[in-house]
Design a protein around this ligand. Structure first.
Ligand code: HEC
Length: 212
């Protein structure tokens, strides 16, 4: 799916199609399924909202990766654990304040006990995993939807965070994670579920929302 080729309405529709129903259904069916799920169809305004959401959500991971790589270079992996622990939430907070979107990271196999997905996020993450298993490139996977929660209309957007080689140092299989890193992770996250990953899997997602 490419979003850079204009036609955001089509792009957003196609997100919803692949997310909700699989790739090959017609637009009328999409509208029907959206209604069934209690979500509003996307209007032209929403396409602009989600273009902004994509921009906001896409800005954080590269910055974090840069800091992570620099800190690994500087002080080694066990030291860099602190970056993911402190800098990631801090960067999310700053981006939230700047953009007006509420931003956080979630995972089906969360490390931070607070990074548990809600039901909308869980369904999206399960769908992301299915799509990757079916051969889709995890780097492009996202979901955008207007939902009503507690009487409020929200724009919600999620972007998959795929594992790259560097991630496996702290999220990989047992043979990849050094005893030092393992010990530090055990200490900080006794209920850590965030290991055992291979390359190109969905480690989790950036999830963002705001009222509309
Ligand atoms: C130096 C170790 C380290 C590396 C490298 C690393 N992470 Fe993490 N990751 C962590 C730690 C520690 C946390 C928990 C942070 C916290 O307390 O919020 C975490 C949390 C996360 C979360 C939030 C969900 C959860 O499980 O708590 C995601 C998503 C994530 N990492 C993805 C990645 C991706 C993708 C990469 C590679 C681009 C990566 N990480 C590289 C250590 C690392």
């Amino acid at each position: 799916m490419t979003f850079l080729e204009g036609g955001f309405i089509l792009a957003i529709r196609s997100i919803m199609m692949s997310t909700l129903m699989g790739a090959a259904l017609v637009a009328t069916l999409v509208t029907a399924s959206v209604t069934t799920l209690g979500t509003a169809a996307l209007a032209a305004d929403d396409t602009q909202t989600f273009a902004e959401a994509r921009k906001v959500a896409s800005a954080v991971p590269p910055k974090l990766l840069e800091v992570l790589a620099a800190e690994i270079d500087k002080g080694g992996l066990a030291h860099a654990i602190g970056v993911c622990r402190d800098k990631a939430p801090q960067m999310a907070k700053e981006a939230s304040e700047k953009s007006g979107w509420q931003i956080r990271r979630v995972s089906l196999k969360n490390r931070n006990p607070k990074a548990v997905p809600d039901s909308w996020e869980k369904a999206a993450l399960e769908d992301f995993d299915r799509r990757v298993a079916a051969g889709e490139n995890p780097a492009g996977i996202e979901k955008a939807e207007v939902v009503t929660e507690g009487g409020a209309k929200l724009a919600r957007y999620m972007k998959a965070l795929p594992t790259q080689d560097i991630c496996l140092n702290c999220h990989g299989k047992a043979e990849r994670v050094t005893p030092e890193v393992k010990a530090r992770l055990n200490e900080l996250y006794p209920d850590d579920k965030g290991t055992g990953y291979g390359l190109g899997q969905v480690r989790g997602a950036i999830t963002i929302k705001r009222p509309i």
